[in-house]
Design a protein around this ligand. Structure first.
Ligand code: ADE
Length: 262
């Protein structure tokens, strides 16, 4: 797997990509990351990559020519001359206005042979880049960043850890929060007791069936509290549906009592 990151700030990535799991995986050549300075594809002496928007208003727009030159140099074709058989690669443009980057998308990207991430900046890129190339415009969340670099790092991290060999234990990745729309269960390590708080007995007793049930129940509880929007899409057993209804009724009752008292 090869990642290309097209950026105005190449130094932003140098330290981060040497750290932690990603750094080790790159060292072990499980995948490769190339950082590309977009200014290298400008042609004037100031290495200009942006300009003011047609129609006025504040801000700057990333120019289409340097981006087009850069993508061509990476071997991409304009969408109307695209060669067959390159479904294994995607070009991603980071943008607050993009489609949601979520775990299913991370999994789809992890199956690609090559991902090129263009770090969006300023008001965005000249719309004609979208006409020329088949781009995935992707947002990492409902907030606005000062530039696309943090978003690119998030995408690389979420995708790279799914590449076989990157994680110490691939099963851990399959049990991830969001894999089945249920957030992760709480976890504990030694000591078994701290400041009067004990590790739940189900986890200490060593009965695998009980441990699995406990983790699932607690994950559902957490999901209901933190992300009730996800739970509606989760695959639940009849017992879990019933338990969920009981918990939801309890929460509603508590809220009603609070309203009546306040
Ligand atoms: N650029 C600015 N905000 C962004 C976001 N939320 N996701 C991706 N790219 C961005």
């Amino acid at each position: 797997m090869k990642f290309n990151i097209v950026t105005l700030f190449p130094d932003y990535f140098s330290l981060t990509l040497k750290q932690s799991l990603l750094g080790k995986a790159i060292e072990r050549q499980l995948f490769d990351i190339e950082i590309i300075n977009l200014r290298d594809y400008a042609t004037d002496k100031h290495r200009t990559v942006d300009d003011t928007p047609f129609g006025g208003g504040g801000g700057m727009v990333l120019k289409v020519e340097p981006l087009d030159r850069c993508l061509k140099a990476l071997g991409y074709y304009h969408s109307d001359h695209r060669k067959a058989g390159n479904d294994n690669e995607r070009i991603i443009l980071t943008s607050a206005a993009g489609k949601k980057f979520d775990q299913p998308r991370a999994i789809r990207y992890s199956l690609c042979e090559r991902l090129t991430i263009i770090c969006g900046h300023y008001l965005g890129v000249d719309e004609r880049l979208r006409h020329l190339y088949d781009l995935d415009e992707v947002s990492i969340g409902d907030y606005v960043l000062s530039g696309g670099e943090p978003a690119a790092l998030v995408i690389v991290d979420a995708v790279a850890r799914l590449i076989p060999g990157t994680m110490g234990n691939f099963e851990t990745a399959l049990e991830d929060s969001y894999m089945d729309n249920i957030l992760g269960a709480p976890c504990y390590t030694k000591p078994a007791e701290y400041e009067g708080f004990e590790v739940p007995p189900e986890l200490v007793a060593g009965n695998h069936k009980e441990i699995k049930l406990f983790r699932r129940r607690e994950a559902l509880r957490k999901c209901l509290a933190n992300r009730p929007d996800l739970i509606t899409e989760a695959d639940l057993s009849i017992e879990e549906e019933a338990e969920l209804k009981r918990s939801t009724d309890k929460i509603k009752k508590a809220e009603k009592e609070k309203d009546n008292n306040g």
